[in-house]
Design a protein around this ligand. Structure first.
Ligand code: IPM
Ligand code: MN
Length: 316
């Protein structure tokens, strides 16, 4: 039995109130065990407003430093890659979610002049790197025991140098898990060339963001990509949301694929200790995809959002 509380904090709410959520919004969310977030964003509200007024404050203030994003090639789903068997692509990306390249540190100097200058400082802390690494290694222990760290220390000496050191140190605590480091550009290639080699991937905020869109599309559709923003210590609620955005190009047509949101709910149930229910949702989604009778347009079909959700409910 779950108790639900809904908040209408959307772009529509912003247009009425001039902010994305009330001043005590985070405090109110903090009363819950978890947050289930629909994608936000609308062409009539700048992205910076939605992102910095709602999404990123939630991730940072609730210290949701693990952004876990699975990519799995379901039976019945076509990968744009040739000859990929169902289940052959099966990875968990652990994206650092509270610092790195997303730290809101920097500024614009002499705006509008020829001397205009922009500084955006990436922030990498030993603590921040180590805790996401440890989470990744722990995760790998439940899987195929292989962690790949995504780096760019050949160019970014300082930040990625610390990242690499933290990875090497963390790997010593997990001698049973294979650890390897891969440059992000090479990783971009291998996500396409041989995605099956990846088990657990650990990446900084920006690299993880980019690679998880790639992971989503090689497993068929961003409409299937779920994610969990986790505060492992459970001092704060964790937050569950699809990887995709609000898809304004198809808004109101009722054809968005609901599976990414449904699979995010599965991750939420797992986190809340209802693993059996989570697994039941996973099986229901897998069955609907394998049957292939109901497919939204992103999967090559013509089914509506409602039809797809109904099919999952029926399978459940
Ligand atoms: C995501 C999104 C966000 C991110 C945007 C909306 C800031 O792309 O969740 O992947 O980059 O984290
Ligand atoms: Mn993204």
């Amino acid at each position: 039995r779950l108790r639900y509380q809904s908040y209408p904090w959307s772009c529509a709410w912003y247009l009425k109130h001039g902010k994305m959520m009330p001043d005590d919004g985070l405090k109110r969310l903090g009363d819950s065990d978890s947050v289930f977030l629909g994608a936000v964003g609308s062409p009539d509200v700048p992205d910076t407003v939605t992102v910095h007024g709602l999404l990123l404050p939630m991730r940072r203030n609730f210290d949701q430093y693990v952004n876990l994003r699975p990519a799995y090639l379901f039976d019945g789903v076509h990968s744009p890659l040739r000859d990929k068997a169902p289940g052959s692509i099966d990875m968990h990306v652990y994206r650092e979610n509270t610092e790195g390249e997303y730290a809101p540190i920097g500024g614009r100097l002499y705006p509008g002049t020829p001397h205009e200058t922009a500084v955006q400082t990436a922030v990498f802390t030993r603590r921040g790197c180590e805790r996401i690494m440890r989470a990744a290694f722990h995760g790998a222990r439940q899987r195929r025991k292989r962690v790949t760290s995504i780096t760019k220390s050949n160019a970014q000496l300082f930040s990625m140098g610390l990242w690499d050191d933290a990875f090497r140190d963390a790997s010593k605590e997990f001698p049973d898990v294979e650890a390897r480091s891969l440059l992000v550009d090479a990783a971009a290639m291998d996500f396409v060339r041989k995605p099956e080699v990846f088990d657990v991937v650990v990446a900084s905020n920006l690299f993880g963001d980019i690679l998880t869109d790639l992971g989503a599309i090689v497993t068929g559709s961003v409409g299937l990509a779920a994610s969990a923003n986790i505060n492992p210590e459970r001092h704060y609620p964790s937050m569950f949301e699809p990887v995709h955005g609000s898809a304004p190009d198809i808004a109101g047509q009722g054809i968005a694929n609901p599976l990414a949101a449904i699979l995010s709910a599965k991750m939420m149930l797992d986190h809340l200790g209802h693993g059996q229910s989570g697994n039941a949702i996973q099986r229901a989604v897998a069955k609907v995809l394998k049957d292939g009778k109901v497919r939204t347009p992103d999967l090559g079909g013509t089914a509506t959002t409602t039809l797809m959700a109904d099919a999952v409910l029926a399978a459940l």
